[in-house]
Design a protein. Structure first.
Length: 135
């Protein structure tokens, strides 16, 4: 979805936010985690195996990573302690179904609220960091 829209966003949209974000997206380094994709364009690296090790190495090299994607990958990375911060956007819509944001974990992960913000559209951002281990 991202690679079909953002490289040519100006052809699809005249919205000011899209026009401002498209060049940033094109220039940004991207990492795609995929079981099927072997290569991608637009300054993109594909990781198929060793996800935890490769993303941890990127973090340790100073890279800031932002995850867009499904709950299965987020759950896997949470289970291995790779995610430092969660930004959950709550939209004022009741769907009545769907996939849970967080899948079942083998251990409890404590979080600390860092920020909450309400946007004009009534969307609420809840930003949490992993809590320090308690002993």
């Amino acid at each position: 979805m991202m690679s079909s829209y953002w490289p040519r966003a100006e052809q699809y949209s005249t919205h000011e936010h899209d026009l401002a974000f498209a060049p940033i997206w094109r220039e940004a380094s991207k990492v795609v985690v995929s079981r099927t994709l072997e290569k991608a364009e637009w300054n993109t690296r594909v990781i198929g195996e060793n996800v935890v090790e490769e993303l941890t190495a990127l973090k340790e090299s100073g890279a800031t990573l932002l995850l867009f994607g499904g709950s299965a990958l987020a759950a896997h990375l949470t289970e291995h302690g790779v995610i430092d911060e969660y930004q959950i956007f709550v939209h004022p819509v009741i769907l009545g179904g769907g996939k849970p944001v967080f899948q079942k974990q083998s251990h409890r992960a404590g979080l600390e609220l860092v920020e909450s913000r309400t946007f004009d559209s009534q969307v609420v951002l809840l930003r949490h960091r992993r809590a320090a281990a308690q002993g």
